[in-house]
Design a protein around this ligand. Sequence first.
Ligand code: FMN
Length: 195
Amino acid sequence: MGKVHEKIDDRLRAFIEAQPVFFVATAPSGPDGHVNVSPKGIGGTFVILDEHRVAYLDITASGSETIAHLRDNGRITIMFCAFQGPPNIVRLHGHGRFVTLYDEGFDELSALFPPTAGARAVILVDVERVSDSCGYGVPLMTVEGERDLLPPYMERKGVEGRADYRRLKNRTSIDGLPAFDMDPSPAEPTDVSAH
Ligand SMILES: Cc1cc2nc3c(=O)[nH]c(=O)nc-3n(C[C@H](O)[C@H](O)[C@H](O)COP(=O)(O)O)c2cc1C
């Protein structure tokens, strides 16, 4: 049944790396505001850096709740569910930070993942609690494949198109907290070639 682990050991690593989808939960500080949970898991966009550190590629999309909440308080939980094989749920609780495509170090960090059009940041998480639980209620499901829609959609927009999209959709969270507001104003050239 449920157990707290000291670290992401080899068995947990194998389970986590085999999952095609995971969920990221964050929340703004205080009693109000909207708690967020986002599905993630586009192929190759999650890595275990060591026994207490993980990272994933954050792709330009219609919202930017996770970055807003990391800016606010850093708290983050990542959940993996076994939809195939032995039942299991693994939760990684911790604190996260992010390195955007405009920050020093982004190229080295993003090289940990396959090239993915539209990457706007790498989310880095210091994992403070590693736990699993039975997963008996999680249904068995078969993966038919990725939809392969988000990265191609972002690729078609091009560098400036993605920056415009983020200026429109990603500057604040749904509660109005600052989110991905790092794109330079449209008059300034966007100093990135690939992202
Ligand atoms: C099944 C599924 C998988 C997804 N995988 C990713 C992913 O790997 N990386 C990503 O940044 N967004 C992914 N998205 C989009 C996110 O769920 C989310 O809309 C977007 O990243 C904004 O996240 P945020 O508001 O939590 O910052 C996926 C969406 C779905 C439905």
